[in-house]
Design a protein around this ligand. Structure first.
Ligand code: DGI
Ligand code: FE
Ligand code: FE
Length: 188
């Protein structure tokens, strides 16, 4: 799909702030895809649609997770996690995107997963470090991402877990499994 058409479709789904975030993720994802050899067009499409379901009612997202074969344990954790699988489903159903790699990059953009693909890593990291993000430690992640995708990703998952733990929030098990898997595959 053409970039302008995709942006127009997603703009209708988002607030202005979230739309600006989406543009930041798109630019960053393209940059990272070029740097680390991912498919640039797929990175652009996944980035544009990654937060497509962000403002859907919780009940709708819950219904999608329950009826469309997503892991039911998602419902026991922070509802912030739900827009990722719900987004993958809705982007296929409403926008007509069928590319499995793109849909999986959307599906796993919040929790990650064991065995993340290059495209999934690019989208996760772009979402974390786009220029509009101001998390503690994000500047360090941007530095590491200059030449090491894997290490930058590990740092961003670490920072997210630390953020959740400090707020006394639960951490979704897949987030931990993602972290462990990335560390296992780190070669020094
Ligand atoms: O949708 P965005 O705000 O752009 O970013 P995102 O899709 O990465 O959502 C992140 C939010 O999800 C963040 O506020 C933390 C929250 N969250 C809650 N539980 C978990 C979680 N994030 C991860 N990675 N793992 C969790 O277990
Ligand atoms: Fe998101
Ligand atoms: Fe996002």
């Amino acid at each position: 799909m053409e970039r302008e058409k995709a942006l127009q479709l997603v703009k209708e789904q988002l607030t202005e702030h979230r739309y600006q975030h989406t543009i930041g993720v798109m630019d960053t994802a393209i940059l990272l895809a070029k740097r680390f050899g991912a498919d640039i067009k797929k990175a652009e499409t996944a980035a544009i649609f990654h937060d497509y379901a962000k403002f859907r009612p919780k009940e709708e997202m819950k219904e999608i997770i329950t009826t469309q074969g997503f892991p039911l344990n998602l419902l026991e954790y922070n509802s912030e996690l739900w827009h990722a699988p719900a987004g993958a489903y809705l982007v296929e159903k409403e926008v007509g995107i069928t590319d499995r790699e793109v849909l999986d990059a959307i599906r796993y953009h919040t929790s990650g997963r064991v065995g993340m693909t290059l495209l999934e890593k690019v989208i996760y990291l772009a979402d974390y470090m786009e220029p509009g993000r101001h998390f503690p430690g994000v500047e360090e992640v941007r530095e590491i991402a200059q030449d090491n995708l894997q290490r930058a990703l590990i740092k961003s998952v670490q920072n997210t877990m630390i953020f959740l733990l400090k707020k006394n929030q639960k951490v979704y098990p897949d987030t931990f499994y993602t972290y462990n898997d990335l560390v296992n595959k780190l070669e020094d």
